[in-house]
Write a protein that binds this ligand. Structure first.
Ligand SMILES: C[S@@+](CC[C@H](N)C(=O)[O-])C[C@H]1O[C@@H](n2cnc3c(N)ncnc32)[C@H](O)[C@@H]1O
Length: 350
């Protein structure tokens, strides 16, 4: 066997010769070769996404392609909520009409409020702080709890990918990026384009680099069991398809991985004085029991919903661990009566 210092020298020589024997054009071509991102999938079909780089006038632009759709980048984020495709004038007019008169009351309040650049501008300039009146502890106190729950899933060597879901202006994204293990990939995702632009601006200001994705929580572009931890601050009441969103988060978390969320309870912002029919046309406000049921039904375990008076809920839970719970003797007896049970079921291997 070759000694290690010779191996290292051989590797350096090989790299040096590759650098000198390949032309800049060849190096650029190899950088533009399609690659696969093990984390990402098509949000709708869940097929793998190939990442393709294209070079225009000194700028490299990436596209993300599945067999059925192509997604692109804009304003510093990857848009995995809407596929890129050429549109006819008729389709553009239809889309415009849909945006102006076709949105439901829930979509207007829960989604469109935050797609307004003025709201994104105001969000960390007083809007988020006003949540304290409903019992929200405040970003620093909330993040201390997030760090405690995530532990090694954020700062340990095994922490692969941590997601700040519905990141808003990135107030938790920045904290996650500072607290993470050096090898951990922090991802910030939101449906609002203007929130993502504000997140990017604030990350750049803080000299932090985080990947930004536009996504709909009800159709996540991440592979099953690929994330080490998920945070969703003050967001559940904004998700139009809340049940689908919770199921998606459970799907993408690794077995046993933690999920931390905060949201508003009934009574926040004086809403208990409104008739339910009116309340239901805006944000969704919950009772503690309702939240527990939603999380359990989405498949989470260790669900704890804590009320912070007067109307904030702090939720901690985890994705179920993959190991099936061992059957008790009684369960085995019942199984032997009801189904075909083989030696294999008892772990016997020939
Ligand atoms: C009140 S802000 C929360 C921001 C931040 N996480 C925090 O703790 O303050 C709620 C965010 O949810 C986002 N949102 C609403 N609907 C969404 C959806 N379907 N998918 C992803 N994000 C969504 C909004 O764009 C908004 O940025």
């Amino acid at each position: 066997m070759m000694p290690s210092h010779r191996l290292a020298a051989a590797a350096i020589l090989a790299t040096a010769s590759a650098l000198t024997t390949t032309t800049p054009k060849q190096r650029l071509r190899s950088r533009l070769q399609p690659s696969k991102d093990e984390l990402l999938c098509d949000p709708q079909s869940k097929e793998p996404l190939a990442v393709k780089a294209q070079y225009f006038n000194g700028v490299t632009k990436k596209t993300y392609q599945s067999p059925t759709a192509t997604y692109g980048t804009r304003f510093g984020f990857v848009d995995l909520a809407e596929a890129k495709r050429p549109r006819t004038a008729r389709e553009i007019a239809d889309e415009l009409r849909e945006q102006i008169i076709g949105r439901t009351a829930a979509q207007r309040v829960q989604e469109d409020t935050f797609r307004n650049p003025f709201v994104s501008f105001l969000y960390e300039r007083g809007w988020r702080d006003s949540f304290k009146r409903s019992g929200f502890p405040g970003a620093d106190e909330e993040f201390a709890e997030v760090e405690e729950l995530f532990g090694d899933a954020l700062s340990g060597p095994g922490a692969d990918v941590v997601l700040d879901m519905s990141c808003g202006t990135g107030l938790f994204t920045r904290r996650l990026a500072k607290a993470k293990h050096p090898d951990t990939r922090v991802i910030a995702a939101d449906y609002s384009e203007s929130m993502l632009v504000e997140t990017k601006r604030r990350l750049d200001e803080a000299d932090l680099s985080v990947e930004l994705f536009r996504v709909d929580v009800a159709q996540l572009p991440f592979n099953t069991q690929s994330l080490s931890a998920v945070h969703a601050g003050a967001a559940l009441h904004c998700w139009v398809q809340l049940e689908a969103g919770l199921e998606e988060i459970r799907r993408v978390l690794k077995p046993g991985a933690p999920f931390f969320a905060t949201t508003f309870l009934v009574g926040a912002m004086g809403t208990d004085s409104l008739p339910k029919a009116v309340r239901d046309r805006g944000y969704r406000f919950f009772t503690v029991d309702e939240l527990e049921k939603l999380f359990v039904e989405a498949g989470f375990v260790d669900v704890v919903v804590r009320k912070e008076a007067p109307a904030c809920a702090v939720i901690t839970c985890a994705a179920p661990s993959s190991a099936p719970s061992p059957r008790s003797v009684e369960e085995w007896r019942a199984a032997c009566d009801e189904e075909v049970v083989s030696f294999y079921d008892f772990g016997v291997r020939m």
